[in-house]
Design a protein around this ligand. Structure first.
Ligand code: GAL
Length: 419
């Protein structure tokens, strides 16, 4: 099903011309950055806006992965009252653009030279119909494994580099009395782990065919079945407390030494950083097992809504400009765990995980292996993503659904959702 039903589309379009809630020279910004590390990062932008004399209305909607935030955003847009800006990512930017709801950022992009500053893969996502409508805050890498070195030591294991090693290390960690893999049983977290396992077991070409191009042969074939089986097996390494657990609570289990590892994007690093820990010493990062030569990217971006108030529009332009300026890119990304969206910045303040992320982003962009994250809305449209999430999470939690059956459902999920 498309993001909006046709009958409600006209309503949304009509509503778009009404004034938004934000007052003159003020922006209302919707995001879901509510964990400790994320809130620190979001605050950087608020402070920079306020330092330039603009007001900031925080529209934070809790819920990792942003599903709740997107539901709230849709209802605000439907009632003709969108915020000034919202964290909207990947192909979803196109969906909002098609509804005619987004404002044009070409003036600020031209003045600031965004075409020269941004890698093409990033700039393309920010444009709708050739015009800039969104500004990128960062590049997150999703395919990471995080670990507590003391727990690994206690279990006598090293950071696993393949899926087989992950299972072996996990068993040793369990025997040493810890939870091997911290996880939160929420659909988006299941999908985050699933895509890393699929990438690690089958490689980036298969990932691209299945989760980006939605090739039915890949979605329903043997490699998918194997990935689903690997994924399900990971349950053995998780604990009984996982249902509904938030991702940052799972990260806290690693920080506190209750769990050994977590498969999660590098917003988890924001939590380690907020806890005052040092990469490479107090915690370890490595590409998710088997994914050394791949990089699943997840670019956070703020899209601007079309507004009628001149003051609000001016504030939006300032927001867009600030987001790509070095001050924000450095401070925000140091707190958020990601790397800057513009590759020309001095990186000496960044830790070893961020340095590795940047090097791997550039290497995979050149040599292949740079793929968009399905779980984080970068690969397919929201309806397809939602249908895949359903299959992944139902399979993961089902006592009797086979991997073969789940693979068949993958094929129909992609077909039913496409339009
Ligand atoms: C991602 C988002 C990140 C982080 C994460 C957990 O989708 O891109 O910025 O917020 O969800 O909520």
């Amino acid at each position: 099903m498309p993001m909006f039903k046709k009958t409600t589309l006209a309503l949304a379009l009509a509503g778009a011309t009404l004034a938004a809630t934000a007052h003159a020279e003020e922006v209302e910004v919707l995001h879901w950055w509510t964990s400790g590390g994320e809130a620190r990062a979001a605050n950087v932008l608020k402070e920079l806006m306020e330092a330039e004399g603009y007001g900031w209305q925080d529209f934070a909607v809790a819920g990792g992965g942003g599903e709740t935030a997107m539901t709230v955003l849709k209802s605000r847009a439907m009632s003709g009252n969108p915020p000034s800006a919202a964290q909207i990512k990947g192909p979803e930017i196109q969906e909002w653009g098609e509804l005619g709801l987004l404002g044009n950022l070409d003036d600020v992009a031209g003045a600031e030279g965004w075409d020269e500053l941004l890698p093409e893969v990033v700039a393309n996502i920010m444009r709708y119909d050739g015009q800039y409508v969104a500004v990128p805050a960062n590049v997150h890498r999703v395919n990471w494994l995080w670990a507590n070195p003391e727990v690994l030591d206690a279990a006598g294991v090293e950071m696993p580099t393949t899926l087989d090693e992950l299972f072996v290390a996990g068993e040793a960690i369990r025997e040493a009395g810890f939870v091997p893999l911290a996880h939160g049983g929420q659909a988006w977290q299941d999908a985050t782990v699933f895509e890393s396992v699929l990438l690690g077991g089958q490689g980036s070409e298969f990932y691209q065919a299945a989760l980006v191009d939605l090739d039915p042969e890949a979605l329903g074939g043997d490699q998918m079945i194997e990935s689903l089986e690997d994924f399900k097996r990971l349950r053995e390494l998780m604990d009984e407390g996982m249902p509904g657990r938030d991702w940052n609570i799972a990260t806290a289990m690693v920080i506190e030494g209750a769990a050994g590892m977590q498969l999660m994007g590098d917003w988890a690093k924001g939590e380690f950083t907020a806890a005052g820990l040092t990469a490479g010493e107090d915690y370890l990062c490595a590409a998710a097992p088997g994914t050394e030569d791949a990089f699943t990217f997840n670019i956070d971006s703020l899209a601007m809504f079309r507004v009628t108030d001149d003051g609000e529009r001016e504030a939006q332009q300032a927001l867009a400009r600030l987001v790509l300026e070095p001050t924000f890119q450095e401070a925000f990304n140091l707190a958020k765990g990601s790397i800057p969206a513009r590759p020309d910045l001095e990186m000496s303040e960044f830790d070893s995980c961020a340095q590795q992320s940047l090097a791997d982003f550039q290497r995979t962009a050149e040599e292949g292996g740079l793929v968009p994250s399905m779980a984080h809305g970068m690969a397919v449209r929201a309806d397809v993503q939602g249908a895949i999430f359903d299959v992944v999470t139902n399979y993961f939690n089902s006592a009797d659904m086979t991997a073969e059956e789940a693979a068949e459902r993958m094929v129909s999920a992609a077909q039913a959702a496409s339009f």
